[in-house]
Design a protein around this ligand. Structure first.
Ligand code: SF4
Length: 272
């Protein structure tokens, strides 16, 4: 295991655009996980900039997932190293008008392409025909999120070796408390292909994110000026009151431990 770890690090040092999976595929599942854990440990106290730099230097086929304030911070950091960084965003068809304008604002501000992913129209039509436009209030968000977010994301991730997310531990004490700065994405890796997920802002607080946004003139969603903190789809997002946790503005009719839309399904703790 140590030898493998050494080889991985050596490969990184040689800047050979390492595919962790190419090396790790020769090992058992537990040793792969151990090596990523070692990497996560090594980088857990490094700055988000150092983590993004590492990710971009070691993976060509990597993209940033963009929807919220954290993700624009990542784009801002990444474009300082790589002007043509790959970015994608999920257009569920249920976003606020302000969010669509925000996506466009970011595209223009950084002069980048944003791959805006749409859900399968037939699946959406079937869901709406059978259950209406607001079925999630009655039987939970998983079915709708599955069609509008998870399937398009899965199709995108299958083309990548790694992705970068804006997850922070303090976004949700119930589901994100253990988010490492780098991990194997168990939700979207396949038998044939391992996917690596970087979470450079894992240890940042909301205050850290907003300090960066203010200091670097980073664009942000106009909804933040109306009391919204964590912003998703319009029917499933609401503004929060002072001292309410940001996650209370998402799927407020559901139990806190289940408040993940499937993009980070590995965070959801199974009920015993
Ligand atoms: S957040 Fe709400 S509207 Fe958006 S995909 Fe999930 S359930 Fe559907």
């Amino acid at each position: 295991m140590l030898q493998l770890s050494f080889l991985i690090k050596l490969s990184f040092l040689n800047n050979t655009k390492t595919k962790i999976n190419n090396l790790a595929i020769k090992t058992t599942m537990s040793s792969k996980e151990s090596n990523l854990e070692e990497l996560a440990n090594e980088y857990k106290n490094r700055s988000p900039v150092a983590i993004i730099k590492f990710a971009l230097e070691n993976f060509d086929n990597i993209a940033i997932s963009f929807s919220g304030a954290e993700d624009v911070v990542l784009i801002d950091m990444a474009t300082k190293f790589k002007s043509d960084v790959k970015v994608f965003s999920l257009d569920t068809g249920r976003l606020h008008a302000e969010t669509y304008r925000f996506i466009e604002q970011v595209r223009e501000h950084y002069n980048i392409e944003i791959d805006v992913l749409s859900p399968d129209s037939e699946s959406v039509q079937n869901l709406v025909r059978e259950k209406g436009l607001y079925s999630f209030y009655n039987d939970g968000h998983k079915e709708c999120c599955g069609i509008r977010k998870v399937i398009p994301l899965r199709q995108k991730l299958i083309s990548l070796d790694a992705w970068v997310t804006g997850q922070r531990k303090d976004q949700s004490p119930d589901t994100r408390n253990d988010v490492p700065v780098v991990e194997r994405d168990d939700a979207f890796s396949t038998i044939d292909k391992e996917l690596i997920k970087f979470n450079p802002l894992s240890n940042w607080s909301s205050a850290d994110v907003w300090e960066y946004i203010r200091s670097n003139d980073v664009p942000f969603n106009a909804l933040h000026q109306q009391g919204y903190i964590s912003i998703g789809c319009e029917p499933c997002t609401r503004a929060v009151l002072p001292n309410q946790h940001e996650r209370e503005g998402r799927w407020w009719w559901e139990e806190a431990t289940q408040k993940e839309c499937g993009l980070h399904a590995g965070n959801v703790k199974q009920k015993s």
